[in-house]
Design a protein around this ligand. Structure first.
Ligand SMILES: CC(C)(COP(=O)(O)OP(=O)(O)OC[C@H]1O[C@@H](n2cnc3c(N)ncnc32)[C@H](O)[C@@H]1OP(=O)(O)O)[C@@H](O)C(=O)NCCC(=O)NCCS
Length: 268
């Protein structure tokens, strides 16, 4: 076992060897829990437990895995939700093991989620993401075509997540309207429909360092506070984040405008 893991860790990742499919056994779901711990570094009490994966799948959610020769290297977990009388899927977690990142696997897992959701009659998937995570914002808005127009302050309280740097868990809500013109155009052509940029909110690349070190955490906190106010004001004015720019230095910028499509489920 140790030998085959060592061999797997040292060989290059080939996209062709990666298989995406629904998890089919308790062992595969247990591997999701283990990968969750590895990726977020959460304490045991904060982990989504095995029983939640089992139940989530049974009540109409999704437990989708990415496998490299039978070993789980990524997963997406979603549960069903309801708003204003409409069912939708709420994607609670997306994780890819460190050495498999930036090769399109996260996007492939989301696209598999979308196909499965469409086949079962859903038109909306939602999830939340940290507005300070440049990579996630780029993936969600630019590669998947989600939009965001809702901001939740300190959604989970302060957690043990290593990714969070002990900051309040502010979250943007990603809405992925699976059959919208925006998403269909992006997936068919690689480009989203254009929009007029009416505001922008910046996230400097240094945010990852600021969050990681206690001595610079105040800078991360100040940025979170500033951007929170900017999002709340923009969203109150009817704007949505529709695009995301990265520059060569790794800085990110949310681009906000008016979303002309009418997709919405009212209710809380
Ligand atoms: C988020 C996550 C699932 C993405 O998985 P992934 O397989 O690396 O994603 P993909 O390769 O499909 O797409 C990532 C995109 O972001 C880009 N990217 C990578 N680092 C970046 C950065 N620092 N800033 C901006 N974009 C970045 C990649 O280049 C890629 O875009 P490209 O295809 O145009 O090159 C993975 O990073 C992860 O597990 N992170 C930790 C857990 C997490 O934050 N989950 C999401 C919230 S629940």
């Amino acid at each position: 076992m140790a030998t085959s893991q060592t061999a797997r860790a040292s060989r290059p990742v080939s996209k062709d060897s990666l298989l995406i499919r629904k998890c089919q056994s308790l062992e595969e779901m247990r591997a999701c829990v283990a990968l969750q711990k590895e990726v977020w570094g959460l304490t045991d009490i904060e982990l989504v437990p095995l029983r939640m994966f089992v139940v989530g799948e049974k009540v109409g959610g999704q437990v989708i895995g990415a496998f490299d020769q039978g070993t789980l290297v990524g997963f997406a977990f979603a549960i069903p939700g309801v708003r204003g009388g409409h069912s939708f899927l709420y994607s609670q977690m997306l994780a890819v093991r460190q050495r498999y990142r930036n090769a399109g696997l996260g996007r492939r897992l989301k696209l598999f989620q979308r196909e499965d959701a469409l086949a079962r009659g859903f038109e909306l998937m939602e999830w939340t993401f940290d507005p300070l995570e440049i990579k996630n914002a780029y993936l969600n808005l630019e590669k998947l075509g989600a939009i965001t127009r809702r901001y939740n302050r300190n959604q989970y309280g302060v957690t043990s997540s290593v990714l969070q740097g002990h900051l309040p868990t502010d979250r943007l809500v990603a809405e992925w309207w699976l059959k919208s013109k925006r998403v269909e155009t992006l997936l068919a052509t690689g480009a989203k429909p254009s929009f007029e940029v009416l505001a922008a909110i910046s996230v400097p690349a240094q945010i990852y360092d600021w969050k990681a070190k206690p001595e610079t955490r105040a800078q991360a906190q100040a940025l979170q506070d500033r951007n929170r106010e900017a999002f709340l004001e923009a969203f109150a004015g009817g704007l949505a984040a529709l695009g995301y720019e990265r520059d060569p230095q790794g800085n990110g910028r949310f681009l906000l405008g008016r979303w002309e499509e009418k997709w919405a489920y009212s209710g809380s």
